[in-house]
Design a protein around this ligand. Sequence first.
Ligand SMILES: N[C@H](CCC[C@H](N)C(=O)O)C(=O)O
Length: 263
Amino acid sequence: METHTFYKYQGAGNDFIIFDNRNELFDRANVDLVRKLCDRRFGIGADGLMLLQDVEGHDFEMIYYNADGHEGSMCGNGGRCIVAFAQDLGITGSQTDFLAADGVHHARIHANNVGWISLQMIDVDAVQQDGEAYILNTGSPHYIKIVQHLDTFAVFEEGRKVRYNDTYRDEGINVNFVQAENGGYYVRTYERGVEDETLACGTGATAVALAMAWRQGEDGEFETPIRVAGGKLTIRFSKAGDHFTNVFLEGPAEFVFKGEISW
Ligand SMILES: N[C@H](CCC[C@H](N)C(=O)O)C(=O)O
């Protein structure tokens, strides 16, 4: 048994356990351990777990796991949280470039708005349709459907049906329900890998902003406010036809607590 220090961060209520794994003491392949630490009853509890590691040519590498131990896709809120963590560790200043599952990300910590982080997301070149829903990949795969009365909508049940239907069962998909409001959108997401509704999903909020602009069809520069259960996010991007560039996810990322755990 060895004792390990962990850190807990949250971004708009999407919560993460983070380890400084520059010493590589956390075994990347230990998926059972990831699952146990993320369990809200048997472990620390979180929507996901991240490892901050050293990597050639960038400030650090972000290794992200969903609560079920699944690794390999991007997490937008997690990305903003690990940037805050890197700054708290003194690894980076107010700007950083780091490596994640979907490539290199640039991020900026706003000096005049403490805890507000702007994270560049991958360019998007394709929006597909599945019936009335929109499908796109913003580092993770997303399904987006417009609904009425989102406040009382059965996100868990309806999200789960889509995530496990014949089309998506094997790979899984994150299911976002959206309703327009005051020049922006209200979004609730059923997350694959958590297999539940979370309070926020950064790649999901990004996918919603892009899909809604694609649906409207006009090109230009956009700044889209997105309200989620855990707070507010802003998505900035340029749209030219099916091409989305300069995509930024902006929102809060905060340290919650740190602790020690043995295994
Ligand atoms: N919460 C995350 C999404 C994690 C992606 C994951 N649920 C998946 O695609 O497997 C976010 O803020 O972007």
